[in-house]
Design a protein around this ligand. Sequence first.
Ligand SMILES: Cc1cc2nc3c(=O)[nH]c(=O)nc-3n(C[C@H](O)[C@H](O)[C@H](O)COP(=O)(O)OP(=O)(O)OC[C@H]3O[C@@H](n4cnc5c(N)ncnc54)[C@H](O)[C@@H]3O)c2cc1C
Length: 434
Amino acid sequence: MRILIAGAGVAGLTTALSLHAAGLDDIRLVDAAPEIRPLGAGINLLPNAVRELADLGLDAAVSASAVSTTELVYFSRHGDVIWREPRGRAAGHRWPQLSVHRGRLQMVLLAAVQERLGGRCVRADARVTDFQVLPTGRVRVTLVHRTGGTTTTEADALVGADGIRSGVRRVLFPDEGPPVWQRQVVWRGIARIPPFADGRSMVVGGDSTWKVVAYPIAPQPDAAGLVETNWAVSRTFVPGEDVDRAGWDRVADPAKLLAALDGWVFGSLDVSALITAAKAPFEQAMVDRDPLPRWTFGPVTLVGDAAHAMCPMGSNGTTQAIVDARALASAVAGHPDVCTAFTAYERDRRDRMTLLQTCNRALGPEVVVAMADRSRSVTRPCPSASDPDHELAEVSRRYAELGGFDVATANAASRYSVRRRPRSTRPAGQQAAS
Ligand SMILES: Cc1cc2nc3c(=O)[nH]c(=O)nc-3n(C[C@H](O)[C@H](O)[C@H](O)COP(=O)(O)OP(=O)(O)OC[C@H]3O[C@@H](n4cnc5c(N)ncnc54)[C@H](O)[C@@H]3O)c2cc1C
């Protein structure tokens, strides 16, 4: 049975590896990019995603270029600690939380795909623009190339792992339109700065309008003692506020950020120094997708951002893409035909992702910064996770449970672990022998 995956990002590559681990060998990936290059900035892998990567034998390779995050500290814009909690192993997880460059993660996954599935299974410069499910149950997929030329290919199943502007999703929901702007603009950059906090901390600080997120993404400082640090600054616009979007979606002049955040210091992290040290910060609209009523249509389904792109709060985008991939492969391994398997995968994942998308639109766990700003002070000073009754502890606890990375859930063995054995899953349309 051939499975075609549209998109060789984290979701697509992990889906390929997971299907292979479940015993499928005929897997092909196509990606719209002219070549697969290590693009992007920092992302986080929560312990439940690292557990899944470990099951694929990839945790060591990913950890080698990542930071094992130890704590998450929220600050008010005035530099007071609002909330602090241990993360990953420091919080009692079996698996770490990893802060890593998206491109480096993607390259580790790509190398594993090429090693396990063969060097020719990933094809770049092939954008999925259309598909039809044929009367035989197979899927005929249209690919467009840089030259403008078009080719078609056939598979028994199609997985749309092609991100927030998914071509597969567009065919399934032709009237949906572009991603939805969430009244925020975000600037992202990478800077080399001296280590801050305990050297492996994630810091989030601000008020109801501006928010800064920073964390290191290289395991060691360089020869000059500077550490590669990912940062994002977001600004929220209230309804009715005039918004000039003309300068967005391009490399930004950091001057307006420096003016707005002048004097902001979070412990040992000087926000102006962080922004000034960044090369070419990028400014873009913060967008997500509305939850979908359905992901699966016979032998076609969606994973990762194509299924549930969410606002970047709480480090869940890449984590949930990895869990999707694992859930999908486990469903394929556990069902006699691919359509039933894709339906079971959706049943397992979609409701929870809908809740997470909705929660992230309301700022996810980072709402504590706005809560503290609104009340101007926190009810008790400098709470910590050792105070389980604090209202902020409740925010954190509920969000972890929703994302499946609370200690009890994430420390349990993976529900999606499948031992490799030759698979005979039937393609769509083929009935079980009676
Ligand atoms: C270039 C890039 C940089 C990013 N940088 C960051 C970052 O710095 N921080 C962050 O939090 N998130 C970033 N993201 C998003 C983040 O990777 C995802 O939110 C998360 O990892 C889930 O991954 P995904 O595989 O579902 O989607 P994506 O990572 O978006 O991967 C989708 C893949 O599909 C390909 N594709 C798109 N359309 C088609 C099509 N029609 N046919 C075939 N292939 C197609 C894309 O080229 C891409 O390789 C970035 C995404 C991309 C593509």
